[in-house]
Ligand binder design. Structure first.
Ligand code: ATP
Ligand code: MG
Length: 566
């Protein structure tokens, strides 16, 4: 905007205390349509300057007194301001002959001298020059302010962008660390399941042979120290098998049998067990949500998980602590940590204690297998890994809230069952075999020589004729060659062709051939949909193998062959 053309109010101050000087000056200015105010002394001039003016016309003699206050006003002006003074000097009072005038230049800065007597036009032109200069200063102030406000605006924008960037970086770091943790857990899971699979093969061999030695000793009528030692060996091997089971549940490769379950009922039924596990001094409180949704979960595994949490709580509490088990319908948002469930509807069971709690450092590690803070022999560090494995495999997750010295609560989230799914009670499948076992021809397929050897020995012991194959391909050859095979006993995890593929091809040729899978659990996902009655888990007992073989053979007579999803 062009200030020079816009209407404006300009005020000239006049300080000329002697005679009629002030009145004369005011009249001259009025003739030129300029507004002016007369001041009687320096203090009044200062007061008016504070109120605002554009030029001051001051007689030199009026400045002869104390002008320190005026000087300090001049020096405290804003950077854009340089207030114009017109000094009316005495005749012959030019700068060169008047040291007092020189002092005014120093103190007042923007000074024009006009020697009296002067022509009115001269006064007018000097005042006009001062006014124009002042307007330029105002314009300069305006531009300066505009610039400052633009800079402030831009600084604000930059700060906001910076803030946003920092947030994005933090978010990315969080996502990356979650991802890293997930990958680590996944890698550990794969490793664990591989180890567990091999372990199950070894344990099958160990337990199978122990069984034969026990039987041999019993037949020879030897029943003493040796049998006792064998009992120790069996107990140790069976403990190994349980440990392997825990590893498998961490790596989410155990076989789950989910069904719609009322968690309130589960919690109520577990009360006695929990109380006896925790001891009489621990108070147990249950808070059960009314109209709790049904959860889709394996009941046995859930009970194990709750028990695991209760034992952890017991270990974290002093005598006389209190444990709360709570059920809840939960609608959860996107997960913030890898152990949490995906967004959705869940039924949650939460075990809380008022024990020692955990530091953030410990909390970050509790799901790692074998992480424990307990003394040697007191904890294997598999409890929570197992709980997490189970919850994730069930389609849910886990959330831990913990505060040092205050307590811990662990939520297990389980997927909500579809409302229309009828509740079923899983009846364990038994093979009620009444007739005498008959001898059958069995084709045994396993890539592990020792496992195959012990399985063959057991099958022979049962009175069957056993043909063997060390791979899927070899098994198909035998099937092609030999007629009259009654049953295929096949290991699931084999290099090249796995058990399920062998069965599919075999059924292509002999649709009614009964099948029994042997599996080290490592890849139970591949056997989803196959009934447990047709699966023998390694390490297996002689009795289990015997009853499942009979069951499968009976199926042949009934024309009821193992179903396998294609
Ligand atoms: N309720 C709890 N309060 C405080 N710390 C806990 C709690 N639950 C677990 N922890 C911590 O987490 C660690 C790992 O727990 P986890 O159940 O996996 O293994 P563990 O209890 O040490 O051994 P295991 O369960 O195999 O016998 C514990 O050693 C303990 O430090
Ligand atoms: Mg534990």
């Amino acid at each position: 905007m062009n200030k020079a053309t816009s209407p404006r109010y300009e005020r000239v101050l006049i300080l000329a205390p002697r005679g009629r000087d002030a009145v004369v000056a005011k009249e001259i200015l009025r003739d030129a349509k300029l507004h002016s105010d007369i001041c009687l002394d320096i203090p009044e001039l200062l007061q008016q300057l504070h109120r605002g003016a554009e030029v001051a016309v001051v007689t030199e003699e009026a400045t002869r007194g104390d002008i320190r206050l005026l000087a300090s006003w001049v020096s405290s002006q804003q950077p854009w301001s340089d207030f114009p003074f017109v000094i009316l000097t005495e005749h012959g009072g030019g700068l060169e002959r008047n040291p007092a005038a020189a002092r005014l230049v120093n103190t007042l800065g923007n000074v024009s001298f006009l020697e009296r007597p002067f022509h009115p036009t001269t006064l007018m032109s000097v005042v006009q020059t001062g006014l124009r200069g002042r307007q330029r200063q105002y314009e300069c102030r305006r531009l300066n302010e505009e610039l400052e406000s633009r800079v402030a605006e831009r600084t604000g924008e930059l700060a906001a962008a910076n803030h946003q960037l920092i947030n994005q970086i933090k978010e990315r770091e969080n996502v990356e660390s979650t991802l890293r943790q997930m990958q680590r857990l996944e890698a550990v899971g794969q490793l664990t399941s591989g180890v567990a699979h091999d372990f199950n093969n070894l344990l099958t061999v160990v337990l199978g042979n122990i069984g034969f030695v026990e039987k041999g000793l019993a037949e020879a009528g030897l029943d003493g120290k040796l049998t006792q030692r064998l009992g120790y060996m069996r107990a140790a091997a069976e403990r190994g098998a349980r440990l392997t089971d825990q590893l498998l549940s961490f790596s989410r490769r155990q076989r789950l049998e989910p069904r719609p379950l009322d968690l309130n009922e589960t919690v109520v039924n577990m009360r006695d067990l929990l109380q006896s596990t925790l001891g009489g001094t621990t108070r147990i409180e249950t808070r059960l949500q009314r109209s709790l949704w049904s959860a889709m979960v394996d009941p046995t595994q859930l009970e194990l998980a709750v028990l695991n949490l209760a034992i952890n709580a017991r270990d974290a509490m002093q005598v006389g602590g209190s444990l709360t088990v709570q059920t809840e319908n939960a609608v959860v948002g996107p997960p913030l940590r890898p152990e949490e469930p995906p967004a959705g509807e869940y039924v949650s069971v939460c075990v809380s204690d008022n024990g020692s709690g955990m530091s953030e450092e410990i909390r970050a590690k509790v799901f790692e297998p074998f992480f424990t803070t307990k003394e040697v022999g007191k904890g294997s560090g598999l409890g929570l890994s197992q709980v997490l494995g189970f919850a994730k495999q069930s389609g849910g997750g886990v959330r831990i809230n913990s505060r040092l010295d205050q307590g811990t609560s662990v939520h297990i989230y389980l997927p909500r069952a579809e409302p229309e799914t009828a509740k079923v009670t899983a009846a364990p499948l038994r093979a009620p075999w009444t007739g005498a076992p008959r001898s059958a021809t069995i084709l045994l397929v396993d890539d592990d020589n020792e496992v195959r050897e012990i399985t063959r020995a057991m099958l022979r012991e049962l009175g069957h004729v056993v043909l063997e194959a060390g791979s899927g391909g070899a098994a198909l050859d035998v099937l092609q060659r030999e007629a009259g095979i009654d049953l295929l006993v096949v290991d699931f995890a084999m290099p090249g062709m796995n058990g399920a593929e062998v069965v599919r091809l075999a059924h292509g040729r002999q649709p009614n051939l009964p099948v029994l899978f042997v599996t080290g659990f490592a890849d139970r996902g591949g056997l989803a949909g196959v009934d447990d009655a047709y699966i023998v888990g390694k390490p297996f007992h002689y009795e289990e193998l015997a009853s499942k073989v009979q069951f499968a053979l009976r199926g042949k007579r009934a024309g009821n062959v193992v179903p396998l999803r294609r």
